[in-house]
Write a protein that binds this ligand. Structure first.
Ligand SMILES: [Zn+2]
Length: 261
């Protein structure tokens, strides 16, 4: 027998609230705490039916049991039935003026190889003990994954048309032996970074709970779970759960979504 009191206790335990204004005898409306959404639906609000028009025999205690099931539903990104709201434009959690805007990390000028649409990179090479030269030299390159980026347009413009001899070549005036000036454009480069809410990475205990102690999962085996968790709590050392294992579990969970209202 699941009672209304048990439901209310669970709601309170999770820091959720009952929306008193919008509920009635047929529905219970539950709001997630600020910044969180329900793992079972991905929404801030759960509308839980207490009656079922297709099932007039539905008992209240069964409806309450369903509600507790929804509230405590776990997936890989959730802790205790809740997960972080990941919508950076969500008005509820991230009102205007938030800090999720792009940040310019680096800006300057460089060269674009027109034919391949590739931004020119650079190589640092040792001059290996040569006399009357820098210890290292800088050469522009189309084979590197880095980006040659300089502060002033004139520096990029100069490098486009002049290759500095190896003994004088440095980052600001590099050797440029990768093509003719016409093959390159001077471009303005801006590197921006957009902050993201990180994915929840389950702890060892959360991982074990989801994999072995959650009904419906492929490896569901509470005894196995108990054994390992006990070892763990007694201080057994264990390597972090690998990314591969977490991704596999995530795949399984996304294939077993719960009943939607
Ligand atoms: Zn939100």
């Amino acid at each position: 027998m699941t009672t209304r009191k048990q439901v209310l206790t669970q709601i309170k335990k999770m820091g959720c609230t009952v929306d008193e204004e919008n509920q009635n005898d047929d529905f219970l409306v539950i709001d997630a705490p600020k910044g969180k959404v329900f793992a079972c639906t991905g929404t801030h609000c759960l509308v839980e039916p207490l009656v079922d028009e297709f099932n007039p025999n539905l008992k209240r205690s069964d409806a309450y049991k369903e509600i507790i099931g929804d509230l405590t539903f776990s997936n890989i990104q959730s802790v205790n039935g809740l997960m972080d709201c990941e919508d950076p434009e969500c008005d509820i959690c991230h009102p205007a003026g938030n800090n999720m805007t792009d940040k310019i990390i680096k800006s300057g000028y460089g060269l674009l190889h027109k034919k391949t649409n590739k931004i020119v990179g650079f190589k640092i090479r040792s001059n290996d003990g040569g006399d009357f030269c820098n210890i290292e030299r800088c050469e522009l390159s189309l084979d590197e994954d880095n980006i040659w980026i300089v502060k002033d347009k004139i520096t990029a413009s100069y490098a486009r048309v002049n290759s500095t001899p190896w003994y004088n070549a440095d980052y600001e005036s590099p050797a440029m032996d990768i093509g003719e000036p016409e093959e390159f454009e001077v471009v303005k480069i801006e590197i921006t970074a957009t902050p993201e809410i990180p994915d929840h990475i389950p702890t060892f205990e959360e991982y074990m709970n989801l994999k072995y102690n959650t009904p419906g999962m492929k490896y569901y085996d509470p005894k196995h779970y108990e054994f390992h968790i006990e070892q763990y709590r007694m201080g057994a050392s264990c390597a972090p759960v690998s990314l591969y294992e977490i991704e596999e579990l995530m795949k399984e969970i996304s294939n077993t979504r719960p009943r939607k209202l």
